[in-house]
Design a protein around this ligand. Structure first.
Ligand code: TXA
Ligand code: MG
Length: 354
């Protein structure tokens, strides 16, 4: 069934209060509204309404055991959505919020199990986008919002990506331009004995350790410690994937172009459309149907910011096979090691295998 998706084009410098009221009304009525954040766009709905949460799962095609992140507008709202000790969360919140950090705490009574995927814990985040905070404030409701992409696809970093996935399927899209970070928030679990990072993001382990003044575990690459730190349920699913077969090629900076060109040449014989993901410094060294640059490899911020839009571009260009450099030299490699490699579904070619 198709619905009329209203598009709100917002100028962040001049937010119109009448529009905020209209959008908040949709949320209060249990509708679905995609909203911007500094990381990726979220598919929002009233986090206290189980029917609204169910609509999010249905629209995304998301497994119902994969919990949603609850967004608040101000740190005072934290206690409305969680229960138990919030001392550490407030220390983190005061330092990093508004910002790309999600904190797992015991869930409060107002948050239904439909929102938390059946868990007794809830993920909370205070995003750094004025328009979204104003919608939450106006609705006086926390906003459950997973990334606004069809389950499995790369997360959306602009309104156009959201429209590609949800036009005619949700009530509204609030577009205030491209996101500035481009990968999802860091998730830190404060419910165990030792704080644990369940998903890597822009805010790193040492920064969190510095603020909490305690050791923090990074669960990346582990199977999780089921007692204290069950993995974020979402990390077990296929993610961020373009339609093409994406293969990461690990080779030194001086050899990688030659190595990838060699493999591309052999793929071409099978008449496939082949793309390469690289950086500005090496983009002229490749021979492929399309060469995509994520930016300068000296600017890790750009590399992570452009990742998802480039993955979506390879879909648009109908690539069959895409080879990507590993970017192991960039500052935010620890994030790419998760997102880029997961997008590749574990397909990696190492230098000594070529
Ligand atoms: O930057 C972000 O975090 C974006 C924007 C929209 O805020 N949101 C986002 O949501 O990435 P989503 O739903 O795509 O990813 C949420 C992740 C999933 O891996 C989920 O399993 C995990 O958070 N998660 C949510 N609640 C959890 C909980 N109570 N315990 C453990 N993991 C949880
Ligand atoms: Mg997601």
């Amino acid at each position: 069934m198709s619905v009329n998706t209203v598009l709100y084009n917002i100028n962040p410098e001049e937010i119109n209060q009448d529009e905020i009221i209209e959008i908040a009304e949709i949320v209060k009525k249990g509708g679905l509204v995609a909203v911007p954040t500094e990381t990726v766009y979220g598919l929002g709905a009233d986090a206290t309404n189980p029917l609204a949460a169910k609509k999010i799962y249905a629209a995304k095609g998301r497994p119902s055991d994969n919990p949603l992140i609850v967004h608040i507008s101000d740190i005072d709202m934290l206690e409305q959505v969680v229960s138990g000790d919030v001392t550490k969360a407030k220390i983190l919140g005061k330092h990093f919020w508004p910002g790309p950090l999600t904190i797992i705490l015991k869930k409060g009574e107002k948050i239904p199990y439909a929102t938390t995927g059946g868990l007794d814990t809830v993920a909370v985040r205070l995003p750094d986008r004025e328009v979204t905070r104003r919608i939450i404030r106006e609705a006086k409701l926390p906003l459950a919002a997973p990334s606004a992409n069809i389950s499995g696809k790369p997360s959306p970093t602009c309104g156009k990506h959201v429209m590609e996935d949800f036009l005619g399927r949700i009530d509204a899209v609030v577009d205030d331009g491209a996101t500035n970070i481009g990968v999802e928030s860091t998730i830190v679990d404060l419910t165990g004995d030792i704080p644990a990072i369940l998903r890597r993001g822009y805010i790193g382990q040492t920064e969190i350790e510095g603020v909490l003044k305690t050791q923090v575990i990074d669960t990346f690459g582990t199977s999780g410690d089921s007692k204290n730190h069950p993995k974020a349920p979402g990390t077990k699913y296929k993610h961020y994937s373009p339609k093409a077969t994406l293969i990461i090629v690990e080779a030194g900076q001086d050899k990688v172009a030659e190595k990838i060109n060699g493999i591309v040449a052999s793929e071409k014989e099978a008449l496939k459309k082949v793309g390469v993901i690289t950086c500005d410094e090496r983009k002229n060294q490749y021979r492929a149907d399309k060469v995509y640059s994520l930016g300068s490899h000296n600017n890790g911020k750009d590399i992570i910011k452009n990742l998802y839009s480039v993955l979506r571009k390879t879909d648009e260009d109908k690539m069959d096979v895409v080879f990507s450099e590993s970017f192991s030299e960039t500052e935010y490699y620890y994030i790419l090691e998760d997102r880029l490699y997961r997008a590749g579904g574990g397909r990696v070619i190492r230098e000594d295998e070529i």
